[in-house]
Design a protein around this ligand. Structure first.
Ligand code: NAP
Length: 258
């Protein structure tokens, strides 16, 4: 991970869904290293606690917490927000939506249930979190809100075996742009990162021969590291991106450019 020279998130409270693994965990580490207090939210409290153990506490006043959430359900998202407000007496001003799942199958064989499950977590979950946390930001009158969604390059270009996943991630881009338009008047920015193929437990499931084929197509010649996605999320969370909203930033090593 690139060391930050100037911590950009001192005194900021950030919530990261999917914070117990992969990209979400790397985002938690990066935002904490920049001075933010972190709410590590995941459906597995155990994995969220593992993330918490590794968070740096280098800056005075940093106070992190773990919370269980299933982003696919409104009641669970509301419980998450309430537990944060009880603890910190304010909503987070940074919200990163990294929870996501895959359930791959060829279109001709895909079960309706597996389509619904992926859309429910990746797209509806992003909607529920974005709506709940932006409402709380607006109610608190907190300036400089930043919402980051995690889409995928696959939402732009499609991918064999991922009709459900690519549709959900294309939806995340549309949702982010709309949220950006509606929330800008409240001082809340919304941006999307589009990772390519990043080494995490999610891609550990992909067969080795598929990974080698993909890697051979990446101009930078390798899979990405979760910390490299976290770098972009930290930039979007920070005041270094104050004039950026509604953007979708590719973090792909050049895969599928142009
Ligand atoms: P990961 O290691 O599997 O992490 C995802 C985390 O989200 C896991 O801790 C997972 O818990 C959690 N989660 C899943 N469903 C949830 C729910 N309903 N509520 C709350 N938490 C939930 O995957 P990752 O690779 O870091 O992916 C992070 C995000 O990046 C996802 O949105 C993914 O689609 C996106 N992305 C990843 C890649 C890549 O190449 N890795 C590329 C493009 C986009 P469980 O472990 O219990 O499922």
């Amino acid at each position: 991970m690139a060391a930050s020279i100037r911590p950009r998130l001192i005194s900021r409270l950030a919530v990261v869904t999917g914070g117990g693994s992969g990209i979400g965990r790397a985002v938690c580490q990066r935002l904490a290293s920049e001075g933010a207090s972190l709410v590590v939210a995941d459906r597995s409290v155990e994995s969220a606690n593992q993330t918490l153990e590794n968070l740096s506490r280098d800056h005075k006043g940093q106070e992190h917490m773990v919370a269980e959430v299933d982003v696919a359900f409104r009641s669970s998202v509301e419980n998450l927000l309430n537990s944060i407000q009880r603890r910190y007496f304010q909503p987070p001003s940074v919200c990163v939506n990294a929870a996501g799942i895959t359930q791959d199958e060829f279109l001709l064989k895909m079960e309706e249930e597996d389509f619904d499950k992926v859309v429910q977590v990746n797209l509806k979950g992003t909607f529920l979190i974005t709506q709940a946390f932006s409402r709380a930001m607006v109610a608190a009158g907190a300036p400089k809100g930043s919402i980051v969604t995690v889409g995928s390059i696959v939402g732009k270009v499609g991918n064999v075996g991922q009709a459900n996943y690519s549709a959900s991630k294309a939806g995340v881009q549309g949702l982010t742009r709309t949220a950006a338009k509606e929330l800008s008047r409240f001082g809340i920015r919304c941006n999307c990162v589009l990772p390519g193929f990043i080494t995490t437990p999610m891609t550990d499931k992909v067969p080795e021969k598929v990974i080698s084929r993909i890697t051979s197509l990446v101009p930078l010649g390798r899979m990405g590291d979760p910390a490299e996605v976290a770098d972009v999320c930290a930039f979007l969370a920070s005041d270094d991106s104050l004039y950026i909203t509604g953007s979708c930033i590719e973090v792909t090593g050049g895969l599928f450019m142009g």
